[in-house]
Design a protein around this ligand. Structure first.
Ligand SMILES: Nc1nc2c(ncn2[C@@H]2O[C@H](COP(=O)(O)OP(=O)(O)OP(=O)(O)O)[C@@H](O)[C@H]2O)c(=O)[nH]1
Ligand SMILES: [Mg+2]
Length: 465
C-alpha cells in the first residue's frame, strides 16, 4: 500500500504548487481525454524512489479559527491517514503567529513532520530557514516548489526513514488477480463485495498477522484465484447489509494503485455525478484495467435505463475502453459475470504484443492518415514495440515525435485498440525521437544520407545566389 504525504500550512504558502510538482510527472503519458477532470486535492506522487499518495489540504485560515480549522473533517481525515506531514511555511514571510499555532497543533499528533520552507528561491535559503528553528520541529528544509530545487532531496530523505506499508501479495497465483471495488458512498460497494465473497469459498478471511494495512482478501471463484482489495473496512462488517460506508479518497487511491483491475460501481438510481467523474479520472491516470458495474439496475423502467446510458456517454465517455455491466448487487443478477469481465480485462492488459505486429499496424495507420507537417517537415513514425503491461504501453519511434498532436495520438490509440481488440484496459502511447536500436546500421546510413542531402541543398542554394 502506498504511503500518504499530507501537505499542511496557512493559505498561499505554496501547497498547491508543490502538490502539482509532485503529482505531475506521469501526466505527459496520459492522453487528455475530453471531459476528464483532474482531482486537484488528491494525487499520486511519482517524484522519488517509490510512488505515494499526496493530499493538498488547502489553506488553513488565519488564527484563531485557523487552528480550529485543523480539526475540519476533511483536513483531520487527511492528517489521520498521513504517514508523513509536510508542514509548509513561507520563507518570504518568516515565522508568523499562525505558523506557530499550527506547528503546536501538529507537534501533538506524534507523526513524522517535515518543516518545509518554501519560496526559498526568493531569499537567502539559510537565512530564511533560521527563523523557523523556533517552531521546534527539527531542521527546516528550504526548497522552491516553483523552481523544483530541494524537492527531490526532501522526498529521498523522507523515504529513507519511512517504512513501506503492508505490501500487496504476489501478482500471480496463488493470490491471483488483484481487484479493487471502488465507487462513491452508497453506490453499493459493500453489497457487491458481500455478494462476490458470500457466494464463493473464502480462502482466508483474516490472515494471521495482518496489520491495519493488510486489507487483501483472497478468494476463489470457479477454481480461479482472486484477491479483493478492501476500501470500505469490509473485514470488520463483512456480513452487515446496508452498512453506512465510510468513503475515503485516500483508501480508494491506495486500492486502485495496488490493483490489477478496478471495478467502478455506479449507482443507476442516483445518476452520474461529480464524484463519479473524479474517481473515473483517478482510474484513468492509474492506467489500471477497468470493468464498470452499473448497479441497482433492478426495478428501473425503460426511461431511467436510457437516461443512465446517456449520462454515462456524456460524462464518462472517456471510459469507453471498459466493458459496462448492468448488475443488481442486492439480487445478485449480473454479479457472477463481473469476474469473467475482470479476467478478460486483465488478460488484455497483460497481453504480449509482438513488435512486427505493432509496426505493421502503425504503418497501416500512417498510410491511411498521415501525421501532420511540422515546420514544413512531415512527422515520421517508423516503428513500434511494447514498452509495458497493465497498462499496455506502445512505444513509437520516429522523427519530431515531440510535435505529434494530441488528436493524432488519440487516433493511434483508437486504432491500436480496435485492431488488437484490447477491451477493458487503457492503452498508452509513448513517442521517442531517435534511431531504431534494432536497426543500427541502416539508421547510420540514413543519417549519412540526410547530411549528404543537406550539403547538396546548401550547395544548390549557394549556386542559385
Ligand atoms: N517564488 C516562489 N513563489 C512560489 C513558490 N511556491 C509557490 N509560490 C507562489 O505562491 C503563491 C501561492 O501558491 P499556492 O500554491 O497557490 O499556495 P497554497 O498554499 O496552495 O494556497 P491556499 O490553497 O490558498 O492555501 C502563488 O502565486 C505561487 O506562484 C516558490 O517556491 N517560490
Ligand atoms: Mg492551494
Amino acid at each position: 500500500m502506498l504511503n500518504v504525504i499530507t501537505l499542511i500550512g496557512r493559505p498561499n504558502v505554496g501547497k498547491s504548487t508543490l502538490f502539482n510538482r509532485l503529482t505531475r510527472t506521469r501526466d505527459a503519458l496520459v492522453a487528455d481525454f475530453p471531459g476528464l477532470t483532474r482531482d486537484r486535492q488528491y494525487g499520486i506522487g511519482r517524484i522519488g524512489p517509490r510512488p505515494y499518495v499526496v493530499v493538498d489540504t488547502g489553506g488553513i485560515g488565519t488564527a484563531p479559527e485557523g487552528v480550529e480549522a485543523l480539526m475540519e473533517r476533511q483536513v483531520q481525515c487527511a492528517i489521520d491517514e498521513a504517514d508523513q506531514l509536510f508542514f509548509m511555511v513561507d520563507a518570504r514571510d518568516g515565522c508568523t503567529p499562525e505558523d506557530i499555532a499550527i506547528g503546536a497543533r501538529l507537534r501533538r499528533l506524534g507523526k513524522p513532520i517535515a518543516l518545509v520552507v518554501n519560496k526559498s528561491d526568493s531569499t537567502e535559503p539559510a537565512l530564511a530557514a533560521a527563523d523557523f528553528h523556533q517552531l521546534g520541529l527539527g531542521e527546516p528544509w528550504p526548497l522552491s516548489a516553483t523552481q523544483g530545487s530541494g524537492v527531490r532531496a526532501l522526498i529521498d530523505r523522507v523515504f529513507d526513514a519511512l517504512p513501506a506499508r503492508g505490501e500487496a501479495p504476489e501478482t500471480q497465483d496463488p493470490t491471483g488477480i488483484r481487484v479493487a471495488v471502488v465507487g462513491r458512498p452508497n453506490a453499493g460497494k459493500s453489497t457487491l463485495i458481500n455478494r462476490l465473497l458470500g457466494e464463493e469459498r473464502l480462502v482466508a478471511f483474516d490472515t494471521p498477522g495482518t496489520t491495519r494495512d493488510s486489507i487483501f482478501v483472497p478468494f476463489l471463484h470457479q477454481d480461479r484465484h482472486y484477491t479483493l482489495i478492501d476500501t470500505a473496512g469490509l473485514r470488520r462488517r463483512a456480513r452487515v447489509q446496508d452498512a453506512i460506508e465510510k468513503f475515503s479518497v485516500i483508501k480508494t487511491l491506495q486500492a486502485i494503485e495496488a490493483s490489477n483491475v478496478v471495478i467502478l460501481v455506479l449507482d443507476a438510481r442516483a445518476g452520474i455525478g461529480e464524484q463519479d467523474a473524479t474517481l473515473a479520472g483517478h482510474i484513468i491516470q492509474s492506467g489500471r484495467a477497468l470493468v464498470v458495474a452499473i448497479n441497482k439496475w433492478d426495478g428501473l423502467d425503460a426511461d431511467q435505463r436510457d437516461r443512465i446510458k446517456m449520462e454515462f456517454s456524456r460524462r464518462l465517455g472517456f471510459l469507453d475502453f471498459a466493458q459496462r455491466h448492468l448488475v443488481s448487487a442486492l439480487h445478485g443478477s449480473g454479479v457472477g459475470l463481473l469476474l469473467d469481465e475482470v479476467d478478460r480485462a486483465y488478460a488484455n492488459a497483460t497481453r504480449d504484443l509482438a513488435t512486427p505486429v505493432l509496426t505493421r499496424l502503425l504503418e497501416a495507420a500512417v498510410r491511411e492518415h498521415q501525421p501532420p507537417l511540422m515546420q514544413g517537415r512531415r512527422i515520421k513514425l517508423r516503428y513500434a514495440h511494447q514498452g509495458g503491461r497493465n497498462p499496455p504501453i506502445i512505444v513509437i519511434h520516429g522523427n519530431q515525435t515531440g510535435s505529434v498532436p494530441e488528436t493524432y495520438r488519440r487516433y493511434l490509440i483508437n486504432r491500436f485498440r480496435r485492431e488488437l481488440d484490447l477491451l477493458g484496459t487503457p492503452l498508452r502511447i509513448e513517442f521517442r525521437t531517435g534511431s531504431n536500436p534494432y536497426e543500427g546500421r541502416r539508421n547510420q546510413l540514413t543519417a549519412r544520407q540526410i547530411s549528404k542531402r543537406r550539403r547538396l541543398k546548401t550547395f544548390t542554394q549557394r549556386k542559385r545566389r
